[in-house]
Design a protein around this ligand. Structure first.
Ligand SMILES: Nc1ncnc2c1ncn2[C@@H]1O[C@H](COP(=O)(O)OP(=O)(O)OP(=O)(O)O)[C@@H](O)[C@H]1O
Ligand code: SF4
Ligand SMILES: [Mg+2]
Length: 326
């Protein structure tokens, strides 16, 4: 994509074991344009978090590492930057919100200290950092931002911590926010509030958002485009409206089928489609979805399909949707 702000090409993540290479993420291409909202959806273990972590060089290494691929941000090849240069990109250009707030919060430091220290590391003076901290905590809908500023993480609820994490991520005015399932640990009402908050901040700041989630229902409202991951690869990519109207991969169709018809209250988890996802490091030849696919035929056991053009979408399936009924 020519106008991509952030682009992943052929990203492979895994480990080298003796002479063997075990791949978990098996060649992912993604692109995010300025101000665009991209959703990455898939079941547990499909490689969403590892893909997201690879962007900022945060893979749990060892044992995992980027085995191949290029990650480009604004014309710079991130995966060849040294730690210092990557730290400068982190937060100031690309920020990440994790599923578990304690991944990025220090339990021993007041919230104010944590945010100001991050800002000072990116060059703000003491007064600027204090002012910006107050400002971002004021923007994330906390009832009493002054109290939160002085609090330690354990004094705050899960929903408040998520808001603090979002404030921290926003502090450096990033152009890309990667949000990895920031709502799964929270109850439905608070989840909804956090989603609305990020939506509102995206509109106000114009930042691009990469939203990683299990929940296709979340994605429907929040993003322009969706990449569906299965067993370490993107199996379908489409504009959100097209994906919902005309899924081109049987897995996407199954995910849509597992969503409740009404948008009220509880949503099913994607894991409720029949069967379990395969271990991406132990795949046999052929399409990795074939054991769960109602449309599998001979070719599916022999050859793994690449992403093929399907109207306005791209899908890794040998069968066109028109042939699914046959
Ligand atoms: N530190 C690690 N060491 C070894 N294997 C790992 C490590 N982290 C993840 N994996 C493997 O990589 C696979 C993909 O992990 P990843 O966290 O990217 O999945 P995910 O799609 O984000 O799943 P979830 O929806 O549960 O968060 C996991 O199934 C796991 O087997
Ligand atoms: S390639 Fe075959 S097994 Fe795989 S999703 Fe398509 S029809 Fe199903
Ligand atoms: Mg994950």
């Amino acid at each position: 994509m020519a106008d991509a702000l952030l682009e992943l090409r052929g990203v492979r993540i895994g480990m080298r074991e003796r002479r063997r290479q075990r791949e978990i993420v098996r060649g992912v291409d993604l692109a995010v344009a300025v101000g665009e909202k991209l959703g990455i959806v898939g079941e547990s273990g499909s490689g969403k978090t590892l893909t997201a972590l690879s962007v900022l060089g945060l893979l749990p290494s060892p044992p995992l590492r980027l085995l191949a691929g290029r990650i480009t941000y604004d014309g710079r090849l991130l995966n060849e930057l040294d730690d210092k240069a990557l730290a400068a990109v982190r937060g100031a250009e690309i920020a990440m919100v994790y599923q578990d707030p304690m991944t990025s919060l220090n339990p021993l430091l007041r919230i104010r200290t944590q945010i100001t220290e991050t800002l000072r590391a990116h060059g703000a003076d003491r007064a600027e950092a204090a002012e910006r901290t107050r400002q971002v905590l004021g923007q994330v809908g906390l009832a009493d931002p002054e109290r939160v500023e002085r609090a330690f993480p354990h004094e705050l609820s899960g929903g408040m911590l998520q808001r603090v994490m979002i404030a921290m991520a926003l502090a450096g005015s990033p152009r890309v926010l990667i949000a990895d399932e920031p709502t799964t640990a929270l109850d439905v009402t608070i989840q909804q509030q956090i989603l609305e908050l990020v939506e509102d901040l995206q509109v106000r700041t114009g930042m691009a958002v990469v939203w990683v989630t299990h929940d296709l229902g979340v994605v429907a409202r929040l993003v322009d485009r969706v990449a569906v991951m299965y067993a370490g690869r993107v199996v379908e990519e489409a504009a959100t409206a097209d994906l919902f109207a005309r899924p081109s991969h049987p897995y996407t169709a199954a995910l849509l089928g597992s969503l409740p018809q009404t948008s009220t209250g509880h949503r099913d988890r994607l894991t409720q489609i029949g069967g379990t996802p395969p271990d991406p490091t132990r795949l046999a030849a052929g399409c990795p979805f074939r054991w769960r696919c109602p449309y599998a035929f001979d070719r599916c056991t022999e050859e793994e399909p690449p992403l093929l053009e399907r109207g306005s979408s791209r899908a890794a399936c040998w069968k066109e949707p028109a042939a699914w009924a046959r």
